[in-house]
Design a protein around this ligand. Structure first.
Ligand code: DOR
Ligand code: ZN
Length: 334
């Protein structure tokens, strides 16, 4: 039986710039109604001018599709006037601790000194999106950051704080403790553990930040996704890098999942007899959390095997060369 999804949303996406933007953006715009676009470009997106210019380039690259880029601003200690001026153009502000991942040299060094900006965002109703990792041991970075989430969630109870790409059972427990916390989870963190990345021969195309974790973490995330936990949203964190940056001595972090997301989600939810929850997980939860009204778009998937290409241009996709059970067979903008 076919599966119909209304307005699928990717609540965490890297589209890059230039030729890479033109290569990857249509792949997301084809089957998603909207996506939250990350600002970690070089230089970062931290002015209205840069944001408008980037948005126009995304719109040009995705022109034939019904697709809304939901723009984010790179977190800086902005003052309230600047925040008020930016508010109409953004879905939220993305905070990266300094140096935690790709292009974050301009991230926040001292997390305790930025609270005046958080207070202003709370007053203005601007969501805070966070790459929540410390600078500690790589497997513990998310767990160590949870105390920061707890502090901000209690000090700013009307600030919506989105814990981006959560990877641990502990993060899910925290999500249930504060009503103003929400979270995204990626496809790859629902499918992979550290064994897939490094248990046998090293798989650079499965290397991402936060790093994939333990089987019990994956199990907890999957359980929450399959029942469409109401404060958990799908966000792919699809993050393309050219093949020479991945198959390299210093492999860049990022998994390019954009071309395979909905087929793999359908397969995963079908396997667990949870297809009825997929609509909430890929769209309705995010609509409720952000108060969004995405453009009307109906995406139909059918159980019809196809083979994932080995490459899209110079980028190796997640599941490259493998056969997937489901595919997108129809997209209607209505
Ligand atoms: O794996 C990742 N890649 N994690 C991030 O947080 C950033 C992203 C990127 O921009 O490449
Ligand atoms: Zn990301």
């Amino acid at each position: 039986m076919d599966l119909r999804l209304r307005a699928p949303l990717d609540m965490h996406l890297h589209l890059r710039e230039g030729a890479m933007l033109e290569l990857v953006a249509p792949l997301s715009a084809h089957s998603f109604a909207a996506a939250v676009v990350m600002p970690n470009l070089v230089p970062v997106v931290d002015t209205l001018e840069r944001l408008s210019d980037y948005r126009a380039k995304i719109e040009a690259a995705t022109a034939p599709h019904t697709f809304t880029p939901l723009m984010t601003l790179f977190f800086r200690p902005y003052d309230e006037a600047m925040l008020a001026a930016m508010r109409p153009y953004i879905i939220g502000i993305k905070l990266y601790p300094e140096g935690v991942t790709t292009n974050t040299a301009d991230g926040v060094r001292d997390l305790l000194r930025i609270e005046p900006t958080l207070a202003a965002m709370e007053r203005l109703g601007i969501p805070l999106l966070v790459h929540g990792e410390s600078h500690g041991f790589v497997l513990d970075r998310e767990a160590e950051f949870l105390q920061i989430y707890a502090r901000w969630a209690s000090r700013f109870p009307r600030l919506t704080i989105v814990m981006e790409h959560i990877t641990t059972a502990a993060a899910l427990r925290l999500l249930d403790q504060y009503a103003n916390l929400a979270a995204t989870v990626t496809l790859h963190h629902l499918l992979l553990t550290l064994d897939d990345l490094a248990g046998g021969l090293l798989s650079p195309h499965l290397f991402c930040k936060p790093i994939v974790k333990r089987p019990e973490d994956r199990a907890a995330l999957l359980e929450a996704a399959l029942r469409a936990h109401p404060r958990l949203m799908f966000g792919s964190d699809s993050a393309p890098h050219p093949v020479e940056r991945k198959e390299a001595a210093n492999c860049a972090a990022g998994i390019f999942s954009a071309p395979v997301i909905l087929p793999l989600l359908a397969e995963l939810f079908a396997q667990h007899d949870a297809l009825a929850q997929l609509q909430a997980f890929v769209s309705d939860n995010a609509r409720a959390i952000y108060g969004l009204t995405p453009p009307a778009k109906t995406v139909t998937l059918a159980r019809r095997p196809w083979q994932v290409p080995a490459r899209y241009g110079e980028v190796v996709p997640f599941y490259a060369g493998q056969t997937l059970e489901w595919q997108v067979v129809d997209v209607q903008a209505n």
